[in-house]
Every structure is written in structure tokens, then in C-alpha cells.
Design a binder for this molecule. Structure first.
Ligand SMILES: Nc1nc2c(c(=O)[nH]1)N[C@H]1C(S)=C(S)[C@@H](COP(=O)(O)OP(=O)(O)OC[C@H]3O[C@@H](n4cnc5c(N)ncnc54)[C@H](O)[C@@H]3O)O[C@H]1N2
Ligand code: MOO
Length: 396
């Protein structure tokens, strides 16, 4: 069995997934657009704000009528933030106005209620106001037809606010990468099932699907199969038929008697081998019905670390998500490692900025993984690191 380096395998996976980066466009409703990436500039069909309106609750006036303030002006009416067009303001009068209400033609300033006696028949204005005071001009935020969103933006709530304010209902976004997640193993059952001897809840199915979603891709199919090659083949067919552009599997790739992923895919030309890393030593990549298949080892920590190292960077880049945060930090205590393998150990950032290892190197230590907030790397040529040694870390 061939053994390759971590960076070499990462390169294979990256090139296998190259075809996924050209994403076609699709139209999605704003309510479904969070986290999606715009494909083209989006013009606003209206100006923002669409009409001249009051910035404060108060009185709409002609600024020139307040020059000699303090003074009183008759109150000619009221205008609320409600549909309708107010009558023009007669010279020498004031109109009560609410925040967001259209400013009547003829008025060019708003006096805050705090700067008046709050009168309803007539209002006393304490001090002169300049033209434009507390008036929000139509188009002062955006001119009609201008771009409310550029292309290539990963949509957050602030972008959706601007799109909705512009009256848009849908946006053109890049299609998400469609991913299928398949767990293999006769010992696996659904979480929540009463466990018979030798049975295990399927942790990887849930966790890999969540990891896929966290990178901005879409999980279009999830399956679990016992160690039966024909069942596995059926599951891959179901994944491809569901539109998957990438299949991620867990389990069934090492040296045992029931390695279904290896048995099905190796004869079809897949590379099934060993990568100089721990966890995540056994790895495989192949193609099934022209769809890339990236196969991870079954141990839950191995599967999660493998996803983080090989697939997450590619999917994040496609979804315009920032890469995982990395830092070089000192170890809180010494650790050992094995020669010739890059160890991805789990750790926690302590209050003093050091990295405390959590659990040992074992790839079954899923609870210790959950208690960690970063991975730290012990390089291939290092077998021992003293407390205080600097390590490369990746935030989980
Ligand atoms: N003779 C050798 N044995 C093993 C080697 C080796 O090089 N030579 N490599 C070991 C390493 S390292 C790993 S990692 C595992 C990987 O094996 P597989 O990918 O074939 O995975 P399985 O054997 O199917 O499962 C391994 C382990 O993980 C549990 N598992 C599997 N799937 C799930 C799941 N969805 N949820 C929770 N737990 C799961 C499974 O029960 C096993 O305990 O091989 C070593 N052996
Ligand atoms: O590679 Mo395995 O993931 O070390 O246990």
C-alpha cells in the first residue's frame, strides 16, 4: 500500500474537486439567501430612501419661517409614517410629523418635538433651524438603478436588509456545491436506537453533514449502509441520482475483511492508501459515475479531521467563506508524537494564550474532540515537543 504526504493528498483532493468551483447561477428568495454568494451586481429598482422623509418626530417647517425664533407657528395638520401624500405646507405654518413620514412639499426642515412646546393648535419653536435639518432626502443612500449589492458578496443579514429595502424579492446567487454523505459500517445504527451488543450510533453521518453545511455547501443526500458492496453501490447511485457533485464517505477503507469502499472503488480506479498523518491515516479518492468520491476513515475524529484538512478548505473557498483561522501558539505542556506522521492533536486555547492538549492522539476520542476548540500540528519529523514550543494551530 502506498503512503503519501499530507500536502500531496490535499493536492489530489483539490484537483479532483476543481470542477466544482465554476458555479452556475440560481435565483433564490431573500428568505433563503443567507450565506449565499451573489453572482452579478444587483441594481436597486428604487431610490433609497424612496421619498423625502422626516428623521425625527417633530414639526415640518420652512426654515426661513423660524429665523426669528423663539416664535409660534399655527399647526396646519399632521403627517404620519403611513401611505399617502401630504398636502403642501402653507407658508408661515407648521405640520406635526412623525419619523419616516413624507415631508410635505414646501417644508425644508423638521424641528424636533424636544425643541418645541409640543403644541397641537399652534407650536412654539425654541430656536431657528437651518434648511435640511432632520430631512432625509430621497436617494441620499442610493440612487435608483445603482448597485445595491456587488457580485461576489457572501450574503449576511445586512445585505438582505439593503436588498429588501430596495424592494427586491429574489437574488441571483451561485449554486451551492451539492454533497452526499454516506456512512459505512454494519455496526452503525441511528442515534437514539437502543443499542444491541456491538452496535454504535452513527456519529459521522450527522457530523460530516454538519461540517459540509458549515462550509456553505448543500447536503443533498445522506445514507448509511452495512458492509455490503452492493448496498454501498446502490447508495452511491442514490447519491448521484440525487444530484450530488461530491460524495463523502466514512469507513471501509483500511485493511480489514469488510472494506466496502475499497472493494467497490479500487477496481474502478480509485486510489486507496495511506497518508502520513494521524488521525486520518487511511484515505481514498475516486470517481463514481463521474462524481468525485472522497473517502475518509471511519473513526469519528479521523473523519472530522480529514474533512477539515482536505475538503473544508476547498468548499470554503468556493462559498467565499474565510479560511479557518490559524495561529502559531505556545504549548501549555509537552507532547509526544510518532515519527513520520503529521499529527493533528486536539487542544484548547487557555486564558494565558497557550494551547492545552485535550485527550491523547487516539482517533476514537470523539468527546475529547468536542471539548477542543482547535487542532495543533506536530510535524512529521518531530517526536517530542516541550512545554512552550510553538505549534501551528487551526481553529475548529
Ligand atoms: N491492520 C490495520 N488496521 C487498521 C489500520 C491499518 O493501517 N492497518 N488503520 C487504522 C486506522 S488509522 C483507522 S483510522 C481505521 C480506519 O478504518 P476504516 O476507514 O476502514 O473504518 P472502519 O473500520 O469502518 O471504522 C473504524 C472505526 O470507526 C468506527 N466508525 C466507523 N464509522 C462510524 C460512524 N459513522 N460513526 C461512529 N463510529 C464509526 C468503527 O466502528 C470503528 O471503530 O482503521 C484502523 N485499522
Ligand atoms: O488514522 Mo486513524 O485515523 O489514526 O485512527
Amino acid at each position: 500500500m502506498s503512503r503519501i504526504g499530507v500536502d500531496e493528498h490535499a493536492g489530489y483532493v483539490r484537483s479532483l474537486l476543481t470542477g466544482l468551483s465554476a458555479r452556475p447561477a440560481e435565483r433564490v428568495a431573500l428568505a433563503d439567501a443567507l450565506g449565499r454568494v451573489t453572482v452579478s451586481p444587483t441594481a436597486s429598482p428604487i431610490a433609497l430612501p424612496p421619498f423625502r422623509n422626516a428623521q425625527m418626530d417633530g414639526y415640518a417647517v420652512r426654515a426661513a419661517d423660524t429665523t426669528d425664533a423663539p416664535l409660534a407657528l399655527p399647526v396646519a395638520g399632521e403627517v404620519a409614517a403611513a401611505p399617502g401624500e401630504p398636502a403642501p405646507l402653507a407658508p408661515g405654518t407648521a405640520v406635526r410629523i412623525m419619523t419616516g413620514a413624507p415631508v410635505p412639499a414646501g417644508a425644508d426642515a423638521v424641528v424636533r418635538v424636544e425643541d418645541t412646546d409640543r403644541g397641537t393648535e399652534q407650536v412654539r419653536i425654541d430656536a431657528p433651524v437651518a434648511a435640511g435639518t432632520y430631512v432625509r432626502e430621497a436617494g441620499s443612500d442610493l440612487t435608483q438603478g445603482d448597485d445595491v449589492l456587488p457580485p461576489g458578496v457572501r450574503l449576511a443579514s445586512r445585505h438582505l436588509a439593503a436588498a429588501a429595502a430596495s424592494g427586491l424579492t429574489h437574488l441571483l446567487v451561485r449554486e451551492r456545491v451539492r454533497v452526499a454523505v454516506v456512512s459505512t459500517g454494519s455496526e452503525l445504527v441511528d442515534a437514539g436506537t437502543r443499542l444491541a451488543p456491538g452496535e454504535l450510533p452513527d456519529a459521522n453521518g450527522v457530523a460530516l453533514a454538519a461540517a459540509v453545511a458549515a462550509t456553505g455547501a448543500a447536503v443533498v443526500h445522506r445514507g448509511r449502509v452495512r458492509d455490503d458492496v452492493l448496498r454501498f453501490r446502490d447508495e452511491l447511485d442514490a447519491a448521484v441520482d440525487a444530484g450530488a457533485e461530491l460524495v463523502i464517505t466514512s469507513g471501509g477503507i483500511s485493511q480489514g475483511a469488510y472494506e466496502v469502499v475499497r472493494e467497490l472503488l479500487e477496481p474502478l480506479g480509485a486510489w486507496v492508501g495511506s497518508v502520513a498523518m494521524q488521525p486520518g491515516g487511511p484515505q481514498a479518492v475516486g470517481v463514481y459515475r463521474r462524481v468525485p468520491v472522497v473517502a475518509f476513515p471511519g473513526n469519528p475524529v479521523s473523519a472530522q479531521v480529514s474533512f477539515e484538512v482536505f475538503v473544508a478548505p476547498v468548499l470554503r473557498a468556493i462559498a467565499k467563506l474565510p479560511p479557518a483561522r490559524t495561529a502559531r501558539l505556545p504549548l501549555a505542556e509537552s507532547v509526544d508524537s510518532v515519527a513520520g506522521k503529521r499529527q493533528f492533536r486536539r487542544g484548547r486555547l487557555t486564558a494565558d494564550g497557550t494551547v492545552a492538549p485535550v485527550g491523547g492522539p487516539g482517533s476514537h476520542l470523539v468527546a475529547a474532540l468536542a471539548a477542543s476548540d482547535l487542532l495543533f500540528v506536530v510535524p512529521e519529523d518531530v517526536t517530542e515537543l516541550a512545554a512552550g514550543a510553538l505549534v501551528d494551530t487551526v481553529e475548529l
